[in-house]
Ligand binder design. Structure first.
Ligand code: URA
Length: 426
């Protein structure tokens, strides 16, 4: 089909065939289709939408635009994805848990951008740990350790990288079929049979309301099914940050504490829920999630994983080896009452100002800076109590970060913590 006819078909509300979508995506990754035609089509999709079948075919075409990881012969393989939030270190808890339960966690992960952190950045706060692995190293570690997390390879769903860059500058990011195909193309190419999705909903998340998050989750589950994968999505609240630690090294410390049974209740609850879903999808007893967590076997797995990727595994037994920035200041309550709101977006931005995140792709980050929340929604406070500790480096970004943290907290007469897990889509 001629490019202009293809664009006109979507513009007029038509439905593409699988062959048309394959040809379109293939032409784009081969530079045989100019950005302006792809941009016009993306805008047509933004307004006209796509059917679930069409979205699944688009996703497959994007997944096949590069390398498809072959994880056959490795056992029951599982991947986990989060749509991005503040303080979200669940991968660091769930991945070793599932590996200790006998599944093979072979995962590619991204770096953080804007107010949301990335798993790779967090792991890079472990001295020596490296994200860049060859395909051979990736597969060997999956086989030998049962747990591997590597940086996203450029050759995985390259159509998505190119399309996302264009969406970013043409106002076409917030389209549910485009988001679903973007996320799922990378997951399908990464090869795992079971895919657990943590879809965040709220102020600090990509999806601000439950209705849209549910639509996205259902679409991703149906794409997975269409492609022969087992996908489960857990919708979780992201109005306030997850756990108490936000940053890089400080989040790894909190994840280790959670595996030791001493983590915050919300992070523990969500990590166990995600692990249960993955186990059930694998045909296992979901109750094993809690049993494995209590046994301490996940800590052994974490040690082996860190060492296999060149990191100092002693951090697992002595998390204080993960260095925090040496300068600490406090944000205190201006009145008595109960924390009614704790805006995740403000907290994420505060860490960004301290240097703990990236404003632009390629920025370097400071792994030691971060925030430790002493109060969360539903907690009582007295005027002068510490709301948050700020770990900063010689005051860089401190005044802006403190201001953001001060505005993040709303103190009222009464409030109770919101439910964390909103829904499971299977
Ligand atoms: N994350 C992705 O990978 N793609 C999107 O389009 C949005 C969020």
């Amino acid at each position: 089909m001629h490019a202009v006819e293809f664009i006109e078909k979507k513009r007029d509300g038509g439905e593409h065939t699988s062959a048309e979508l394959y040809a379109w995506i293939t032409a784009y990754v081969r530079d045989a289709l100019p950005d302006y035609q792809m941009a016009a089509w993306l805008m047509a999709v933004f307004f006209q939408g796509m059917t679930p079948r069409e979205t699944a075919e688009l996703t497959l075409a994007m997944a096949h635009s590069g390398e498809m990881m072959d994880l056959a012969g490795l056992g029951v393989t599982v991947d986990k994805h989060s749509s991005g939030g503040v303080g979200d270190k669940t991968t660091l808890v769930v991945a070793p848990l599932l590996a200790a339960a006998g599944l093979v966690v072979a995962k590619m992960s991204g770096r953080g951008l804007a107010h949301t952190g990335g798993t790779i950045d967090k792991l890079e706060s472990i001295p020596g740990w490296r994200a860049e692995l060859s395909d051979e190293e990736f597969l060997r570690q999956a086989r030998e350790v049962g747990l591997v997390i590597a940086g996203q390879s450029k050759n995985l769903a390259p159509a998505d990288g190119k399309m996302y860059a264009l969406r970013d500058v043409t106002g076409t990011v917030p389209s549910i079929p485009l988001i679903a195909s973007s996320i799922m193309s990378k997951k399908l190419a990464a090869g795992a049979r079971i895919i657990t999705l943590d879809v965040k909903v709220g102020k600090g998340a990509f999806m601000k309301d439950l209705e849209h998050a549910r639509e996205l989750a259902r679409l991703m589950v149906s794409i997975g099914r269409h492609s022969g994968r087992e996908v489960r999505a857990v919708l979780s609240q992201m109005d306030q940050p997850l756990g108490r630690a936000v940053g890089n090294a400080i989040e790894v410390r909190e994840a280790i504490a959670t595996l030791q049974g001493e983590g915050p209740a919300d992070l523990t609850e969500l990590s166990l829920a995600l692990a249960r879903e993955a186990l059930e999808a694998a045909g296992e007893d979901p109750a094993r999630a809690e049993a494995v967590w209590k046994s301490g076997a996940a800590l052994d797995k974490l040690r082996a994983f860190v060492a296999a990727q060149g990191g100092d595994a002693r951090v697992v037994d002595d998390p204080e080896r993960l260095e925090l920035a040496p300068d600490v200041s406090e944000v205190r309550a201006g009145s008595d009452g109960v924390v009614a709101e704790l805006d995740a977006l403000d907290v994420g931005r505060a860490v960004l100002r301290l240097g703990g995140g990236r404003e632009r792709k390629g920025d370097t980050i400071d792994h030691g800076v971060g925030v430790l929340l002493h109060r969360k929604v539903g907690d009582s406070v007295r005027r002068g109590d510490i709301l948050a500790e700020v770990f900063h480096r010689e005051g860089r970004g401190l005044s802006e970060a403190s201001e953001l943290l001060q505005q993040a907290f709303r103190i009222a007469h009464d409030a109770s913590p919101p439910p964390l897990i909103l829904e499971v889509v299977a």
